[in-house]
Ligand binder design. Sequence first.
Ligand code: ZN
Length: 317
Amino acid sequence: MKRVLGIHHITAIAGAPRENHRFYTEVLGLRLVKKSINQDVPDTYHLFFADGDGHPGTDLTFFPWPDMGPGRIGAGVWGEVAFAVPVGSLDYWEARLQDADVTTGERETRFGEAVLPFTDPHGMSLALVESEPHADHAFTAWDGSPVPADRQIRALGGVRLTVRSVEATAAFLSGAFGFGAGERDGDWVRYTVGEGAAGQRIDIRIDPEAPRGAWGVGAVHHVAFRIPDEEQELAVREQITAHGGQASPVIDRFWFKSVYVREPSGALCEVATDGPGFGVDEDPAHLGETLVLPPWYESQRAAIEAVLVPLETTYHA
Ligand code: ZN
């Protein structure tokens, strides 16, 4: 079977786009690597935050939909998203987040690693975990970041999911993507692929009484998993179908090719190719500086730009 390499990107729903942009670039120190629009809702942004080169596995993307109500983590909706940071950097990060008036939780040890939970300005549950990414993961420090290179976020570390019963979800994640059940820590069981390092983890908790989750501001929309190329993506698509998943056709997202499916508890998953990447339609030195539109929207550029609020960057290296 084909196994995914780990997490490719995670997409969530944000509130106001300027607050979202300011937090992820100026507080968390990520690079805005693509400024585009929602292909189905062209008067709203789709913003992509990642490492210096926009590598797969570093990318948290947002649909800023400030008019939507708050989201709710629960059955069928992905939970907290963890970022991997260098071992020994949590003291720096805790001080940095508190200086920026970010709501932080108590430090925890999860699966033997130090974790700092926190919440973004729109209520999204996040965590920083001191953990090394897997061997297939590539990272480039962003030299425009206000965070020093040796403290920067290295990767998306993992994601949590609460289910009412686990059997169907576990069988699907295994058969379609190659995730296997591993260690338990308290209520959580870690499902891993590859080495099970940061970027290759889904932590699942069973709660038969869990309320249904809901998409909304602060909620994860979907989690995408890495596959090297389109040929292997088609093989994974067949695995999805063979395990009862309703797979979408392959959709060209310009920077990668995608297949979407809901796992049995309802959480939306995607498989995304590593290439061609964010440099396919912009100079890598100037990613994210201009609004990138799908070709069929180019004729409406002036009208689209007129309704999008400009994003301001106050920090410059
Ligand atoms: Zn996606």
